[in-house]
Design a protein around this ligand. Structure first.
Ligand SMILES: Cc1cc2nc3c(=O)[nH]c(=O)nc-3n(C[C@H](O)[C@H](O)[C@H](O)COP(=O)(O)O)c2cc1C
Length: 353
């Protein structure tokens, strides 16, 4: 018998239509020239071609990365978490020059200059904002009253429901595998998406551990309307991260990242000297104050932007084990689409049998 859950699932599957066309240009068949159209509530919401979002990332996602993703048919986000309001203004203006496609700004709400950042966003007429690391009630209605589409990042069911109540247009549901700040519940993306899909009716963007076309299809099959990826784009040519950090992502293998600072502010990092020091302090029962002292200030900048690999904080996801080359964004996106096409064909075989 149909219940609310499987009615929602059916609608979702219907919304995800894949049309594949092989084009025949003048005299030769171009096998790689194809068109995939993945229409979901997320492509409708943002008026983008593919439901693929590049997550806002401190020290990685400036105008260059965001506009490259938007130009490739996804949605690029400028990461305001590592920018002063003045710098953000420059990045927004450069992004507008570099693309005529939609792009947005990510604001971690724990950032002390949120109010100034939001003023810039309104003044510069940015129409898409992804908030994270904070209470969605604080800024959602203000932003929406200014015509902004608002998405909030969550890692558990309670916050998904709170975000829907606050009136956000969609949520990013980010699992335990993800790079950067993370949930205390340690819910993996595979468990989180179906949980959230049963809890809210607004569109869901899956994040955490997605780095391939197959991963994108899996997230859609789980009930998501789109995906957000960070790690894969952090290692791209257009990422503003230091080359040392990008090379470290390429080198990273299975088990090289860990979630730490679980009581304070959980974050997934590459295991380096900084990580080892923090973990030792936690194991030895150091107080919050002592741990904050070790953390100090500017560790992310040091690691990601300045390429100081032992003293810096190196946020990255488990999916780093799959990343083995620094590539331009358009190549990354093309690979996703090729793999979606192939995986889609394989899955169709299962369904026909
Ligand atoms: C280097 C790095 C920095 C990040 N910075 C932010 C940030 O400033 N704000 C935010 O909401 N998420 C941030 N994230 C999370 C990403 O936006 C994205 O949700 C996450 O990377 C998805 O998981 P994945 O790493 O498995 O792709 C960061 C992730 C990385 C890897």
């Amino acid at each position: 018998m149909a219940n609310k859950d499987n009615i929602q699932n059916e609608t979702n599957i219907k919304n995800i239509s894949i049309f594949i066309e092989i084009l025949f240009p003048s005299d030769k068949i171009l096998i790689s020239a194809y068109m995939i159209s993945l229409k979901t509530r997320i492509t409708d919401l943002f008026k983008i071609q593919y439901p693929i979002i590049q997550g806002g990332m401190v020290w990685c996602s400036g105008w260059e990365l965001a506009s490259a993703v938007s130009n490739s048919g996804g949605l690029g986000l400028i990461g305001a978490g590592s920018m002063t309001p003045e710098i953000l203004k420059i990045h927004i203006r450069k992004a507008k020059n570099a693309t005529n496609k939609p792009f947005g700004v990510n604001i971690p709400l724990i950032y002390s200059r949120v109010e100034e950042i939001i003023k810039i966003i309104i003044k510069e007429d940015v129409k898409i904002v992804f908030t994270s690391a904070g209470n969605p009630k604080k800024w959602t209605s203000f932003l929406k009253n200014h015509g902004v589409t608002v998405v909030h990042v969550i890692a558990n069911r309670a916050f998904a429901m709170k975000s829907e109540e606050a009136g956000v247009d969609a949520i990013v549901a980010e699992g335990f595998e993800a790079g950067g700040h993370n949930g205390r519940e340690e819910t993996t993306t595979f468990s989180l998406i179906p949980l959230i899909e049963r809890a809210v009716s607004i569109p869901i963007i899956a994040a955490g551990g997605i780095g391939t076309g197959r991963g994108i299809l899996a997230a859609l099959a789980l009930g998501a309307d789109g995906v957000q990826m960070g790690s894969v784009f952090a290692a791209s040519e257009e990422s503003s991260a230091h080359i040392n950090f990008k090379n470290e992502i390429i080198k990273a293998g299975e088990g090289d990242t860990r979630l730490t600072l679980k009581k304070l502010i959980p974050v997934r990092l590459l295991k380096n000297k900084f990580y080892t020091e923090i973990n030792l302090a936690i194991q030895e029962g150091s107080t919050t104050r002592e741990i904050l002292e070790i953390l100090g200030k500017g560790r992310s900048r040091k690691g990601i932007f300045e390429g100081e690999l032992s003293e810096g904080e190196l946020a990255i996801g488990q999916v780093s084990a799959l990343i083995n080359k620094i590539k331009p964004v358009n190549e990354i996106m093309e690979e996703f689409l090729t793999e979606i096409q192939l995986a889609g064909k394989e899955l169709k075989k299962f369904l026909n049998n």
